[in-house]
Design a protein. Structure first.
Length: 561
């Protein structure tokens, strides 16, 4: 197949594929795969692999399989299978007619194991896990042979069949490849091929009680699916000799090539499925789709777009060495996209009331607002204006400093698309807290401009009190305060670095009526505040908005301080 024109920059994987196509390797085919384990939800790190594998298939007019590595039923569940498929489709990719499963090949993999036993290259071992570790050796010392290594082919076939029949307990016996106990590569020291697990499998039920290991399954499944380029993260680099060894020992219909690349690591984030599961099960977050989680379902609920994630993955590129990416790059990608596509809406998150005393009490005006100045086709909307308004509490100071360009006693400001107002009086409660501002307006400044061209430094957003919709705003922030939560030299836990302010709930906020046109999943910019997304928790009585990202990198300001 010919390569289609790609707008993406070259990288070492593309260079390998280009050379293969030039030499007509694999008959000019490009066939990749994305092989997730169905034991958790996909996260932003998986997005890099998804974009790479599916993206290459698109750019080279090839194919990409979605194949679930479902060889460990202890941790797997159909919930994860469904969530993974949902996330990949949301990212914008399609795996064709059907997804594949490693469990599709259990019978063939079992027969491959029989072939290895018959060839004298696999044996049943009775060592306990502790004994096996002892026999394995170290990085500086060779391992030693298991006392069961020289069992006859007949005995191994009998024991393996009895393992399959369920005669032995979990962990009582394993099937190991017979390779080289003195190899400097620890993965080649007679690795386990099969282990016993008496547990129900989400697809095969109770048919099997022996399950193949990943290293055995991976390459053979690739070969059975005629994969050409098997892209893995760098931790599998030392496993490549084993990947190739299995392919060389049995008859396979294809010879895939394993290529390793650096996985995605973000600061202020953990990517370990075990740790993400711990966050969920211990209640540090509300679930896998909590908007603070780096899962794709969490990012989706927070308001991230598939386009922004794909753009982010393209920009960080592909490398051969591990490194940590600043999460600000991901936040920049979503800001950039939301700036182009979201409507602007006025919402007041920390309200203080303003009464315009010289504005007619019964008068309501409809003022025209531009929905998105970055999008000529976004159109306009009408926003009601009345005598009583809400503004942000932070937009008023009773004794403002010189460079405070917002509202204060005797100061004049512009209300966005409306009028100039001047604060004439400050109303306080018995405790001295400001509860209301009295102002006057200049009727000649309708639309936010003055006929005498007088300058006003501050422009405030506002909401008509009479027409305000009460909403809840959930201000999500980074889940961890430390750039590397896993760096605990003092023996602590990554949980020690949880950000106590990663979620702040503002349950009584006010927004203009236009917010009622949005539905769960829709994204919007609250002017001068941040980008938000309508949460599924929203009801007809009260809408809930999740903060996706601030308008600017507020963490950069924190660092400067």
């Amino acid at each position: 197949m010919s390569k289609t024109e790609s707008k993406l920059p070259s990288n070492f994987v593309r260079d390998i594929i280009d050379e293969d196509l030039k030499n007509n390797k694999n008959e000019g085919r490009v066939h990749t795969r994305f092989p997730p384990e169905p034991n958790g939800y996909l996260h932003i790190g998986h997005a890099k692999s998804i974009c790479l594998n599916f993206g290459l298939a698109i750019d080279y007019n090839g194919k990409c399989n979605l194949r679930f590595d479902d060889t460990n039923p202890v941790k797997e569940d159909t919930e994860y299978v469904e969530a993974i498929q949902r996330d990949i489709k949301w990212l914008g990719f399609d795996w064709g007619e059907k997804p594949f499963f490693a469990s599709d090949y259990f019978e063939k993999l079992y027969n491959y194991a029989i072939d290895l036993i018959n060839a004298g290259k696999a044996y049943v071992c009775d060592l306990t896990p502790e004994e096996m570790r002892e026999y394995r050796g170290t990085l500086t010392e060779p391992g030693k042979a298991s006392p069961y290594r020289d069992r006859s082919v007949e005995e191994n076939l009998d024991l393996f069949e009895r393992m399959k029949a369920g005669e032995f307990k979990d962990g009582e016996r394993v099937l190991r490849a017979k390779i080289d106990m003195t190899s400097p590569n620890m993965n080649m020291r007679d690795p386990i091929i099969y282990r016993i697990r008496h547990i129900h499998h989400h697809r095969t039920g109770d048919k099997w009680c022996i399950y193949p290991m990943y290293d055995f399954t991976h390459g053979l499944s690739d070969a059975l699916e005629h994969i050409t380029h098997s892209l893995c993260s760098l931790e599998f680099e030392n496993h490549r000799p084993l990947y190739d060894w299995f392919l060389e020992q049995v008859e396979v219909p294809a010879n895939p090539q394993q290529i390793e690349f650096a996985r995605l690591a973000l600061d202020h984030t953990v990517m370990s499925k075990r740790k993400l599961l711990q966050l969920v099960t211990e209640g540090h977050v509300t679930g896998w789709d909590d908007p603070r989680m780096p899962t794709l379902s969490g990012l989706r609920r927070r308001g991230y777009t598939p386009e922004s994630i794909r753009n982010f993955c393209d920009r960080i590129g592909l490398a051969r060495r591990n490194s940590v990416v600043n999460i600000a790059q991901l936040e920049h990608a979503i800001r950039e996209h939301l700036n182009k596509i979201t409507h602007r809406v006025m919402a007041v998150l920390d309200p203080i009331k303003v009464v315009i005393e010289n504005y007619p009490e019964d008068q309501v005006e409809e003022l025209e607002f531009i929905n998105n100045p970055e999008d000529d086709e976004a159109g306009t909307r009408m926003v009601p204006f009345s005598r009583e308004l809400y503004i942000e509490r932070a937009d008023f100071m009773e004794d403002p400093p010189k460079k405070f360009f917002r509202l204060g006693p005797g100061r004049e400001v512009r209300l966005r698309y409306a009028y100039y107002i001047t604060c004439t009086d400050v109303i306080k409660d018995d405790d001295g807290n400001v509860v209301e501002l009295r102002c006057t307006y200049d009727p000649e400044t309708k639309g936010g401009s003055s006929p005498d061209n007088r300058k006003v430094r501050g422009t405030l957003h506002w909401v008509s009190a009479q027409h305000a919709e009460v909403i809840e705003a959930r201000l999500y922030d980074r889940l961890f305060t430390k750039a590397n939560p896993d760096d605990n030299k003092d023996g602590g836990s990554f949980l020690d670095h949880l950000n106590p302010d990663s979620l702040v709930r503002l349950e009584t906020c006010y927004a203009e009526p236009y917010v009622k046109t949005f539905k769960p999943g829709d994204r919007v910019q609250f002017e001068r505040k941040a980008y938000f997304c309508v949460d599924p928790d929203s009801t007809d009585e009260k809408m809930v908005f999740n903060r996706t990202v601030t308008l600017r990198d507020t963490w950069a300001k924190k660092k400067k301080k």
